[in-house]
Design a protein around this ligand. Sequence first.
Ligand SMILES: [Ca+2]
Ligand SMILES: [Ca+2]
Length: 158
Amino acid sequence: MEEKGKPMNNEGMEERHRGRSRVPYIAGANSHFILSVEKDGREFFDITPLPQEVFGEATVILRVNNSEMLDFEKTKEIDFQVVAREVDTPEKRSSSATVLLKIQDMNDNAPVFRSDTYDLHVKENARIGTVISQITATDADVGDNGRVSYYLKGAMKR
Ligand SMILES: [Ca+2]
Ligand SMILES: [Ca+2]
């Protein structure tokens, strides 16, 4: 998509490439680097940086590669490093930035009872308000997502 009123000369072309990576012949070998995501010194494949190869400068996005690891009920936050490493130079200079990714709770759990069936007893002359038994259901989500209310379902036989 072209911006209105912007002339399409060579400068404009370079600008358009900048989002992905700069044109190689401008940057050269000294600013050619690759990006990777690491955790505890090892490559962390669950998050992918894009682009992975950069000439000079790029806006990097981090993409979820494995949504299984995003489970608020197991892990509230994940920390990892985004590492930039030169490719063509003998020095192979590198640097890293640490990312702390906080996972937000979603309502992905249904409330569950401790047991599927309950075999309870009550005396036929029980007064109103007699406690039959206490049964509980729990919801692994937090806040409103984990709030449980109870009601009785099904017609009463008279
Ligand atoms: Ca829930
Ligand atoms: Ca949840």
